[in-house]
Write a protein that binds this ligand. Structure first.
Ligand SMILES: Nc1ncnc2c1ncn2[C@@H]1O[C@H](COP(=O)(O)OP(=O)(O)OP(=O)(O)O)[C@@H](O)[C@H]1O
Ligand SMILES: [Mg+2]
Length: 253
């Protein structure tokens, strides 16, 4: 079982979009997948066709510091497994974060108890940094997929966390989402990002800005099903091919 943390240095860059799409595409490549939302936003289910936000999640099934995964796990129509964060009141959410602060390996130890095939993947959806849940996701991940946008603010945010992320650079890959060929600024930002992080950390494949992504989400579907010939469908399939190879070979080139 391999753990992939999908993280970012600023919000709204496409983490949940990537977690949901890659979960479906990896499953279609015969790789069993569990997705886990580590964010109080509690929306990953809606990206996977399970829009009921009252589904019980990880917090509701955590007793005495132990997660009962079987109770917290749901399955969508095509078989992607989802562990929602669950709806929580602010006090409960703060208490959970405090528990994580006092036990930095809590998530790692709980994930080891997930009953998943050896070739399976756990995809962790996170809130943007700084966040204690995202920090634990990074700590226990075999691969950290850091999503960013080709925008000045995203570059500036990533610069703040890059030294921390680079501490274990073997497992870090930065993926640029939402690039538009019509915007020269995007290419300038990409050039600056490459100079900052180096070519090894930056995935050469990119995901282009494509209205097919939000439009298909609005229809409770994936863009590669609704618009299979769209640019985003092509890019997301490319990322899934890359991830499937990494799952099988461990090579992150
Ligand atoms: N390649 C893309 N082209 C166009 N729109 C996109 C693309 N990727 C994501 N989006 C849209 O951007 C919005 C934000 O995406 P998403 O919710 O996945 O980001 P996030 O990083 O999970 O946000 P948060 O930090 O709030 O959790 C959504 O409306 C999504 O449909
Ligand atoms: Mg999200």
């Amino acid at each position: 079982m391999k753990i992939i943390a999908v993280i970012s240095a600023c919000g709204g860059v496409g983490k949940t979009t990537l977690v949901a799409s890659q979960a479906a595409l990896l499953l279609r490549r015969q790789i069993p997948v569990v997705t886990l939302e580590l964010s109080g936003q509690n929306v990953l289910g809606s990206f996977l066709g399970l829009p009921d936000r009252s589904l019980s999640g990880m917090l509701a099934h955590t007793r005495d510091g132990q997660v009962a995964w079987s109770g917290a796990t749901h399955r969508n129509e095509e078989g992607v497994q989802l562990v929602p964060f669950g709806q929580v009141d602010p006090a409960h959410a703060i208490a959970f974060d405090s528990m994580l602060l006092s036990d930095p390996d809590w998530l790692a130890s709980q994930l080891q108890k997930i009953d998943l095939a050896e070739n399976g993947v756990v995809l962790l959806d996170t809130a943007s940094l700084p966040d204690v849940k995202a920090t634990q996701a990074i700590r226990c991940a075999d691969l950290v997929l850091c999503v960013t946008r080709p925008e000045p603010a995203a570059n500036a945010s990533l610069a703040q966390f890059f030294e921390m992320l680079r501490a274990d650079s073997r497992k870090l890959k930065i993926v640029v989402n939402g690039i538009s060929p019509a915007r020269p600024l995007h290419y300038d930002m990409l050039t600056m990002l490459r100079a900052r992080v180096g070519i090894d950390a930056l995935l050469s494949l990119r995901i282009y800005l494509d209205d097919a992504v939000p439009e298909s989400y609005a229809r409770a579907a994936h863009c590669f099903d609704v618009a299979p010939y769209s640019q985003a469908a092509h890019d997301l399939q490319g990322l899934a091919n890359w991830l499937a190879r990494w799952v099988k070979t461990g090579e992150a080139r």
